[in-house]
Design a protein around this ligand. Structure first.
Ligand code: AMP
Ligand code: TRP
Length: 329
């Protein structure tokens, strides 16, 4: 019997995965897979809550899986699968929809942010309901720990609330999951605006470093990255843009922010930025080599095997839920 605690997490196959996704989420998963029974999902059903081009969605789904693998998620240790290939997610979501309350979804910051951009009249119902689907993802597998970036904390809270509510109403059914958020500067901010997090849906490509950016692009983007006034390399809250760059530097090197400050005493932004680009490229090069070596066919096979592995777990939980709510199964 497997007594390790289970973790579950996912990324949407939309936009360009960036170093923020890597540092805030995927790098963490790679470490956790040795300690936990791990399930990592490509959440294509979440992706379609905003319009997607179908061919692009298929391409991105495979791309995300390759990114998981190139980053070091090992299919022998972890299950990797595509959300839409396990229909239990949608079924459980429907049932959870009947206990989720409108106001608890209305207050979700991600929904508010996303509708602010496009206007709430054009927002799909699915976008509103996004956190309930995420709760279904988590609760289906008896997940105990959900490793995510800080921005997803509120969604995990909802999963906890729904689990408790269901348990109270129908009897002990769901494990109440906990978010696992790596502290320490792991919220990577936009290179063009340190007030907002680096985002794959950013309007400008100068906001992020994609995991698939080539050398020249990385150099160009780092060169253009905004810095604060002054010329010294100082790690402080008063210099949020520089602080963000130092955090990135620190994450991809073995140097702490303080050590980086010291290394650049007496030097200017120019030297710092040139070497920051080198440090990032030093990570991206071997990563991209692994990415490029993976064929679509082998990745699709890994994903299909992953779905086969997790489906029985999902089905058992869904049957338990259906039974509790009074469905005839
Ligand atoms: P998303 O890009 O919103 O699909 O997020 C995928 C995962 O990456 C989630 O766990 C996020 O919390 C994490 N993430 C996204 N953007 C950032 C960021 N700028 N810094 C740190 N983590 C992030
Ligand atoms: N909403 C998450 C994000 O955008 C992705 C996600 C979907 C997820 N389902 C999940 C993360 C379940 C953790 C667990 O980052």
């Amino acid at each position: 019997m497997n007594l390790r605690k289970r973790i579950f997490s996912g990324v949407q196959p939309s936009g360009n995965l960036h170093i923020g996704n890597y540092l805030g989420a995927i790098a963490n998963w790679v470490k956790l897979q040795d300690e936990f029974e791990s399930i990592f999902c490509v959440v294509d059903m979440h992706a379609i809550t905003v319009p997607q081009d179908p061919e692009m969605l298929r391409k991105k789904t495979i791309e995300i899986a390759k990114i998981y693998l190139a980053a070091g998620i090992d299919p022998k240790k972890s299950s990797i699968f595509i959300q839409s290939q396990v229909s239990e997610h949608a079924e459980l979501m429907w049932i959870l929809n009947t206990i989720a309350k409108m106001p608890e979804l209305e207050k979700m910051t991600q929904f508010k942010d996303k509708t602010q951009k496009g206007g709430s009249e054009s927002a799909a119902v699915g976008l509103f309901d996004y956190p309930v689907l995420m709760a279904a993802d988590i609760l289906l597998y008896g997940t105990e720990v959900v490793p995510v970036g800080e921005d997803q904390k509120q969604h995990v809270e909802l999963a906890r609330d729904l689990a408790k509510r269901f348990n109270q109403k129908f009897g002990e059914t769901f494990i109440v999951p906990k978010a696992f958020i790596k502290e320490e500067g792991m919220r990577v901010m936009g290179l063009d605006n340190p007030e907002k997090k680096m985002s794959k849906s950013a309007a400008s490509e100068y906001n992020y470093i994609s995991l698939l950016d080539d050398e020249e692009t990385v150099k160009r983007k780092i060169k253009k990255a905004v810095t604060d006034s002054g010329s010294e390399i100082i790690y402080s809250d008063e210099k949020p843009a520089l602080k963000n760059l130092i955090n990135i530097y620190s994450s991809f090197s073995n140097l702490s922010p303080k050590e980086i400050e010291k290394k650049y005493t007496g030097k200017g932004y120019g030297d710092f930025k040139t070497e920051l680009a080198e440090v990032i490229i030093g990570f991206l090069k071997p990563f991209q080599e692994k990415f490029n070596a993976l064929s679509d066919e082998e990745v699709l096979k890994i994903l299909a095997d992953g779905a086969t592995k997790v489906r029985p777990i999902a089905k058992a939980k869904l049957d338990e839920v259906k039974n509790k709510v009074g469905f005839i199964i």
